[in-house]
Every structure is written in C-alpha cells, then in structure tokens.
Design a protein around this ligand. Structure first.
Ligand SMILES: [Zn+2]
Length: 65
C-alpha cells in the first residue's frame, strides 16, 4: 500500500505511514465504494463504446444509400 502523501511503500493495513507519519488508513467502506464506482465506470464505458459503434453503423448505412 502506497502512502498518498509521500508515495513510499507501507505494509498492507498500516494505519500510519512509516516514512512521513501521516494517517494513511482508508476506511473499508471507502475502498468498497471505490471498487463499486470503478465497476460502474467500466460498465458505462462499455455501454458508451457500444452506443458509438451503433451510431457509426447507422452513419455507414446512411452513407451507402
Ligand atoms: Zn507517507
């Protein structure tokens, strides 16, 4: 786990950075929320790509007519 302040490596689950002494503990709820958000982001990205592909297909069809 990296310290967000000084970027030095710390043991997993460390509460305080061994290098700069700052509080680096992240609540599990925040980590879960982040994971959830990144999953949603990936899903939205896939949806966006699909929509773009569909739009391009429609444009291609229009062009060929
Ligand atoms: Zn640090």
């Amino acid at each position: 786990m990296k310290c967000p302040y000084c970027q030095s490596g710390n043991l997993e689950g460390a509460l305080i950075c061994a290098s700069c002494g700052r509080d680096v503990a992240v609540p599990a709820t925040l980590i879960a929320e982040r994971d959830d958000l990144s999953r949603k982001r990936d899903a939205l990205r896939a949806e966006l790509r699909q929509a773009r592909d569909e739009m391009e297909a429609i444009m291609q069809r229009r062009k060929s007519r």
